[in-house]
Design a protein around this ligand. Sequence first.
Ligand code: FAD
Length: 440
Amino acid sequence: MTADPFKSTPYWWDGCTFSPPIVRPVVPKCDVAIVGGGYAGLSAAIELARAGRSVQLFDRQALGQAASSRNGGMASGSIRPGRKELIRRFGEARATEILMEGKAAREDLWAFLKEEKVDCDFHLSGLFVGAINADECEELSRSADLLRRLLGIEAHPVARLDVPTYIGTDFYTGGFVRMDTGGLHPAKLLAGILRVATATGAVIHENTAVTGTIAEAGGVRLRTSRGDVFARKVLVCTDAYTDGFDPWLRRRIVPVRSRIIATEPLGEAAMDRLMPKRMMYGDMRQLSYYYRPSADGSRILFGGRDGTTAGDALAPTTHLRSELGRIFPELEGVGLTHSWFGQVAMHRDMVPRIFTSGDTVYATGFCGSGVVWARWLGKKAAFKILGEAEKAQSAFDFDPAPKAIPFYRGKPWFIPLVYSLYEWRDKRAMRRRQPEEKRP
Ligand SMILES: Cc1cc2nc3c(=O)[nH]c(=O)nc-3n(C[C@H](O)[C@H](O)[C@H](O)COP(=O)(O)OP(=O)(O)OC[C@H]3O[C@@H](n4cnc5c(N)ncnc54)[C@H](O)[C@@H]3O)c2cc1C
């Protein structure tokens, strides 16, 4: 066990640095201005610049500071609501389209990595999702069946006796495996997308905040910290880092902290016991945890909610470490090398969306699943701006925008209440375990 304290920067940042920003003059006029330089904004910039549009992208920070280089690198393209809920909200046809688009989006990412030679340690490892009671096992079994039938995805339920084939724990009473999910190094992915975007001629202004927008005839005037810009179209890709520059969007997006801890190197024998297939992992709990081996397979990265809104990393880190120990008792009190957080964007829909307001298009609200979706919907938004109807076609492109959250102006006062409700539901789900499902 190493002596904590741990680093508070992402594990991914060790050995992956972004070049210092090149400072270019802000040009007063362009075809498209993009706000936000994560996967979404940069991927949109590639398509727009390749189509011959003059593009300026603004990020208020140096690139590589926000969610796109802080995440877990699980390339799942998952959607929070289940199919039943999607059907209830959007109808059967759209629910099916949403699931089908996930497949297309994942495959598009794999193709991009290959074509653009982006080396980001991508491995199509598969995903194991654990169940904690018989009801969840049944639900996962139905999901596996649906993925196979509807999308032809290799997926199957895992019975309790077979769980150790995938994960060294008796915490789960079963689960399911889908083989269309992979793991990658998120910061290397961002660096790769940035390299491609820069080569297209899109002008990227780092450390340049957009502080406000004003609708004008034929476009939008943006106020930036380095001068005004008039753009015919604006694309907003600020996700959980949306600040006061767009109060309308801010009332719709709730930034929530997600934290990841990295264990010390565990040794090959322990990794073989705990993660024999070196897959991506998650479970069905409302306050679920996501975890995976590092790209070199030497340690475990374990992520989940961070209920704090400021300061102290110790309490949420201790909480995550004890949850890790609950799944893998031999890791109780394990040494940590890193513990960091980033923000994920939640909203009332819990489905990523493209929507419009005047000459501004939004591709945002990824609800903690943006490795596949942010890049994909950034591209789709670009095609929409280009007027390329066929390529822009997406089940996620629909107005009106997600509804504003009542009594919310940027301070998520209700999060503790939501967490308490989720915690109560998770405890209830644990109580539903049959006696034979409980740990000896
Ligand atoms: C800890 C953590 C773990 C996660 N794990 C996973 C995972 O395993 N798999 C997965 O699929 N997803 C995961 N996610 C979610 C995923 O990282 C995000 O959905 C995705 O990176 C969002 O990309 P983006 O381009 O929309 O936004 P971001 O990468 O967050 O970029 C938004 C940018 O907007 C800029 N900005 C904001 N306001 C302004 C302004 N006024 N002017 C200029 N710039 C501005 C910010 O500086 C920021 O750089 C995780 C997220 C976190 C935080």
